[in-house]
Design a protein around this ligand. Structure first.
Ligand SMILES: Cc1cc2nc3c(=O)[nH]c(=O)nc-3n(C[C@H](O)[C@H](O)[C@H](O)COP(=O)(O)O)c2cc1C
Length: 157
């Protein structure tokens, strides 16, 4: 199984989560690659054999982080067909921003679904005000998520 983690971050928390997920999952059977979203374009989704994990925070007024803006914008304007792409979302945010809580992950989820991609598992929404460490939660969440990916891939085989 190949997992490509795409990281949208402003101050590095989502990247730290991705690193922990990579450490937790990478091994003989699962190969994990972590890519910062900077300079990525929608062709990153070309590898249908891979499963994608969008790991992104939220900034501004419910925006994706700066390093994710080009990729997100290109998905919205170029609208590439993403049928056959499978993905999960680990989102970071803060409930203090009640109106736009976790909108970064939500925006990616919505555009990927609109383009025909299939989400595996529920979108996770970490809350920075919860007192939990996102990188610890990410590790635990990823172990459960990868089981769902396994189930989905075995159905498809
Ligand atoms: C200026 C600023 C704006 C933010 N806006 C939002 C927001 O609209 N919605 C939300 O859920 N979280 C928001 N957050 C919280 C961040 O998404 C959260 O702290 C996250 O863990 C940061 O991750 P990062 O270091 O990977 O960028 C904001 C944080 C800052 C500093």
């Amino acid at each position: 199984m190949k997992i490509n983690i795409l990281v949208g971050t402003m101050t590095g928390t989502a990247q730290l989560c991705a690193q922990e997920i990579e450490l937790a999952l990478d091994g003989d059977e699962v190969q994990v690659a972590t890519l910062l979203m900077d300079k990525l374009d929608p062709s990153v989704f070309a590898d249908r054999a891979a499963v994608y994990l969008v790991c992104t925070s939220t900034y501004g007024q419910g925006d994706v982080p700066d390093n994710a803006k080009a990729l997100y914008g290109a998905l919205c304007t170029a609208k590439p067909g993403l049928a056959g792409v499978r993905y999960g979302v680990f989102g970071l945010g803060d409930r203090t921003y009640a109106e736009t809580f976790n909108f970064g992950g939500k925006r990616f989820d919505e555009i990927l679904q609109a383009l025909g991609a299939e989400r595996i598992g529920e979108r996770y929404t970490h809350d920075a005000s919860s007192g939990t460490l996102p990188e610890e939660i990410a590790m635990e969440w990823a172990q459960q998520w990868v089981e769902k990916v396994r189930e989905r891939l075995s159905q498809a085989a």
